[in-house]
Design a protein around this ligand. Structure first.
Ligand code: SER
Length: 588
């Protein structure tokens, strides 16, 4: 029986053998997309490369990406919905297209996962005013061996994928696994996307358009492929399980809870176990990626997940700290896939415990009051405005109220009243938090600002020591350290690292002025300014100059002169992906 980690390994090995460069997962918090709170797909961190028409590491890329979707938090509790999930993906940037993509998928599924080809069904785009019916894909599917009868044509709702309202998009072809061959279909003409006998396992998107702000479709510079395969679902399917939580990803955690509570994994309790498993796992990753609970943005999502998970635990009779062993389990389980979670466990435990201690009393009281309120009425209904009262007074997030109401057999009416009141309430804090992501700097802490300037110095020093083939491939700055990824094809020698460190420190000693001005993007390029997020910049950009040593397009903020940075120290240099090195450094 194939496990989720084996699935990942097989997938990446397969695409490596087909000439793909395997890149590491991006963090859950987008580094260059202030319009989204979390990375929602394997494609999300790739979007900017599609707009540019190329990826710095080549035209064939594959990875496993940690993702989080918040659209259906309330659905979590059934067999298949998750907030956090892992997605496998392979991409072609103007390299191969439909034929190869379909051939690769078919080969991987039938030869490497040994899926019986008779169990594979597919859908392709039926065509509309934006793009024609995808006869090409249908033809390639037939060529590899899928008979016409198992190919279905569906419209935009099913066979079209877009990163967001604007940006890269295109028709897709989806691959389904027949989980119950021979089972009677809902209706005779029902197929994939209509009967749940067919489980979607892979989505191959042909990214050829960019949707502009006006809603127009423009052709991208090249024909691309974006595919995505959800690890949790495919693992369950391959193991013949109809409940994702029964795979090793969750099951040992649930069994352990089960032993402690002596409450069966069944009925209402089953939902509580799943909510706990899903939300605590999500919290583990969100906190590992640097977020703490708050009332805005990512911090607020984290807070809602934690409160709902804690409450689910209380429902099962748990009191305190019942999630610790689960966190320990995942921190081991995921280490080989995401080495960056190493050393994060203690912090995660501490953050959750603090949230628990601060709020459990109020939440428990709130729930009691809510029950009293509901039971006073025969209808057990509650309006959006009243839901907001319970949020404001006791900190009960909408999802908890929804859970309680559901358990009581009631209903929330006029939900939008909650949204309106909530938005109003958040305006103030949101204004305070806006700008948090400007320039990709996740924190405006003074030390993080010094770190940020150090990153610019580091990039300039690397280019001076190693040559101009060094290009930024990513970076992250917080109060403790900075991380800088750059293109370079071998480990740096001790001497090189020393030279780089010394050069940065020399520039700090020279106390160079850090200045910025606003100019046109083309002008900035002409002046030799380095620009990492090329397509993200508007017409006018802010360019930071450090003496005559460094010039970069950047949103800031930075220190006023390099003397403020303090002593610069390289902590570690290592590989980040093929062709990409990573430096951790700090300032003292
Ligand atoms: N972007 C597509 C998805 O998320 C395929 O990777 O399904």
């Amino acid at each position: 029986m194939i496990t989720s980690r084996e699935l990942i390994k097989k997938y990446l090995d397969f695409f490596r053998s087909k000439g793909h460069t395997v890149v590491p997962s991006a963090p859950l918090i987008p580094e260059d997309d202030p319009s989204a709170l979390f990375i929602n797909s394997g494609m999300h961190p790739m979007a900017r490369f599609f707009l540019e028409g190329k990826h710095p590491l080549g035209s064939r890329i594959a990875d496993v990406q940690r993702c989080l979707r918040t659209d259906d938090i309330e659905e979590v509790g059934d067999t298949t919905h998750h907030t956090f999930f892992e997605m496998l993906g392979n991409w072609s940037f103007g390299n191969y297209f439909k034929k190869e993509s379909i051939t690769f998928s078919y080969e991987f599924l039938t030869k490497h996962l040994n899926i019986d080809p008779k169990r594979l069904w597919v859908t392709v785009f039926a065509g509309d005013k934006d793009a024609p019916q995808d006869e090409e894909s249908a033809k390639y599917w037939q060529e590899v061996g899928i008979p016409k009868e198992r190919i279905f044509y569906l419209g935009k709702e099913d066979n079209w994928w877009a990163v967001g309202e604007t940006g890269p998009c295109g028709p897709d072809t989806e691959i389904f696994y027949d989980a119950a061959p021979g089972r009677l279909l809902k209706t005779a003409d029902c197929g994939p996307g209509c009967d749940d006998r067919f489980v979607e396992i892979w989505n191959n998107v042909f990214m050829v358009y960019n949707r502009t702000k006006k809603g127009e479709l423009r052709e991208l510079p090249s024909k691309n492929v974006d595919t995505g395969m959800g690890v949790e679902r495919v693992t369950a399917v391959l193991q013949g399980k109809d409940d994702n939580y029964r795979t090793k990803i969750f099951w040992p955690v649930i069994e352990d809870w089960n032993k402690k509570t002596q409450k069966e994994y069944a009925g209402q309790n089953q939902r509580f176990y799943r909510i706990m498993a899903d939300h605590f796992r999500a919290a583990f990753f969100i906190i590992s990626d640097g977020v703490t609970p708050s009332n805005v943005m990512q911090g607020y999502v984290l807070r809602r997940l934690l409160r709902r998970a804690l409450r689910a635990g209380w429902q099962l009779g748990f009191d305190k700290r019942f999630y610790l062993s689960a966190l320990e389990y995942w921190s081991e389980f995921y280490l080989s896939t995401y080495p960056e979670i190493k050393g994060k466990l203690e912090k995660v435990k501490e953050v959750i415990a603090t949230e628990e201690d601060k709020f459990s009393q109020s939440l428990r009281r709130g729930e009691k009051e809510l029950l009293k309120f509901l039971r006073k009425k025969d209808s057990r209904t509650i309006s959006g405005r009243e839901v907001f009262y319970f949020y404001e007074t006791y900190g009960l997030p909408l999802e908890i109220v929804a859970d309680v109401v559901k358990e009581e057999g009631g209903k929330i009416i006029n939900r939008q009243e909650f949204e309106t009141a909530f938005r109003h309430h958040q305006e103030k804090s949101r204004t305070a938090a806006s700008g948090v992501f400007k320039g990709g700097l996740a924190s405006h802490h003074p030390r993080a600002i010094r770190m940020h300037t150090a990153t610019h110095l580091l990039q300039a020093a690397l280019r001076q020591v190693l040559g101009s083939k060094v290009k930024q491939a990513g970076s992250k700055v917080d109060e403790e350290k900075l991380r800088f990824d750059f293109t370079f094809d071998r480990p740096l020698t001790k001497e090189e690292l020393k030279k780089v460190e010394e050069l940065v420190n020399q520039k700090i000693k020279e106390n160079l002025p850090v200045k910025w001005e606003v100019m046109g993007f083309q002008e900035a390029k002409k002046l030799g300014a380095l620009a990492f997020f090329e397509h993200k910049y508007g017409e006018k950009v802010k360019v930071y100059t450090i003496g005559d040593f460094s010039r970069e397009v950047c949103g800031g903020p930075h220190v006023k002169s390099t003397g403020e940075v303090g002593r610069f120290k390289i902590l570690k240099e290592k590989s980040s992906a093929a062709g990409i090195r990573r430096i951790y450094a700090t300032v003292e």
